[in-house]
Write a protein that binds this ligand. Structure first.
Ligand code: PCP
Length: 376
């Protein structure tokens, strides 16, 4: 454990980051000489949206590599539905049981962020969505959050620890503007000093009315104005946005875009996307509800069966040529032309596939991603 309260990677890899009931179970099973060969599947029985986007597999593979287990899973970026197994692990139970806590944590969190990002991006359509929310979670999770948001389809992220190749976005905080005598001084200095490739998105709500600050920013080099209007001032955000757009157009700045941030939700995006050019989304992505995955035995010493509430037997999720999906026992006949979504990633502890977050994002994009907005 380091000084920030972060459990280190070695502790996780050793299986020491676990729930105490696994310690007790392990000891008693060993004393009783029990260690059945099991297959366990990861499923969610309900989702925050009709579809989820699977993420976090990279960490699970790193966790299980070297253990005497086989692992099949959906590749990262694959959409999934409730009751579909997204992963299965086969091996002697005591050889991997204590990793359940960490592996579910990896999948529940990353898939929750990726699913929220995909749902929000679907609402925004062609309008860019940027992940601004790493500050809403423990900083040790920043890279995971940005990676998952990228897999879910956001157009850029703000945290500098994001994995390689993910575009970084963000220009200035309110504190920057307050370091100058006036917003105009702040924008002018930014325009003068910031690298040429950084968009001139000027923050326009620090002291004054959004309309007047936006006009001033447009006259001092802004390519877009960012409105982060405090909740206490948002009588009607729609009216503020329309007024800013009107005045910018009236004064010869139709090309200056409007960027909205500050507590933006999927509903806000649907409400304002006709007038807003890009969105910065924090908590609605970084603080997304986790996917409620569980890991359950579905076969024990060759006998199919599961606990109450779960479906027994080893399964495959088939994508059939008409685009529909079906979950069948692994022993069932393969539907004509169907492709199995669970692929082998580990055989007897050896990792068989490599990929990265860009591959996962491409898979999500090609699949069509989230298929329905938030359920009621
Ligand atoms: C931060 C940033 C975005 C916010 C966070 C996104 O705002 O400017 O607008 O997170 P959210 O969607 O959860 O609100 P502030 O914390 O107000 O920081 P600053 O004034 O420095 O921009």
């Amino acid at each position: 454990m380091n000084s920030f309260g972060v459990v280190d990677a070695v502790t996780i890899k050793n299986g020491a980051c676990t729930d105490v009931y696994f310690d007790r179970t392990e000891q008693i099973l060993a004393a009783e000489g029990r260690n059945p060969r099991v297959t366990m599947e990861v499923t969610a029985t309900s989702l925050p949206w009709e579809t989820g986007i699977f993420a976090g597999l990279d960490s699970v593979i790193a966790l299980l590599e070297g253990l005497p287990v086989d692992v099949e899973a959906m590749p990262e970026g694959t959409p999934f539905y409730a009751h579909e197994p997204v992963m299965r692990i086969t091996g002697k139970y005591r050889d991997f049981m204590r990793y359940e806590t960490a592996l579910l944590g990896f999948l529940c969190h990353a898939s929750g962020v990726a699913s929220a990002a995909a749902a929000i991006k679907r609402c925004a359509g062609e309008k860019p969505v940027l992940s601004f929310g790493s500050r809403r979670q423990h900083p040790a999770l920043s890279s995971v959050i940005e990676r998952s948001a990228w897999i879910g389809g956001v157009d850029g992220v703000s945290n500098t620890t994001a994995p390689e190749g993910i575009p970084l976005s963000g220009t200035m905080p309110h504190a920057y503007v307050m370091c100058f005598k006036s917003p105009v001084d702040a924008w002018t200095a930014f325009d003068k000093r910031a690298p040429a490739e950084v968009p001139r998105v000027m923050l326009c709500d620090t002291f004054c009315d959004e309309k007047h600050e936006s006009l001033a920013a447009a006259e001092h080099g802004a390519t877009a104005v960012r409105l982060d209007t405090p909740r206490s001032r948002r009588g009607s955000m729609r009216a503020i946005l329309e007024e800013v757009r009107w005045e910018l157009d009236l004064h010869g700045h139709p090309d200056v875009g409007i960027f909205l941030s500050g507590g933006v939700t999927a509903e806000d995006i649907l409400r304002y996307k006709d007038i807003v050019d890009a969105f910065g989304v924090g908590g609605a992505i970084a603080g997304a509800p986790v996917i409620d995955f569980s890991l359950d035995i579905v076969a024990c010493d060759g006998v199919p069966g599961a606990k109450r509430g779960k479906r027994g037997g080893i399964k495959q999720v088939w994508l059939v040529p008409d685009g529909s999906r079906i979950v069948l026992p692994i022993t069932a006949e393969v539907p004509d032309g169907a492709v199995g979504l669970l692929e082998r990633f580990i055989r007897a502890g050896t990792v068989l596939q490599t990929w990265d977050h860009h591959d996962a994002r491409a898979r999500m994009m090609a699949s069509g991603g989230i298929t329905q907005k938030e359920r009621d």
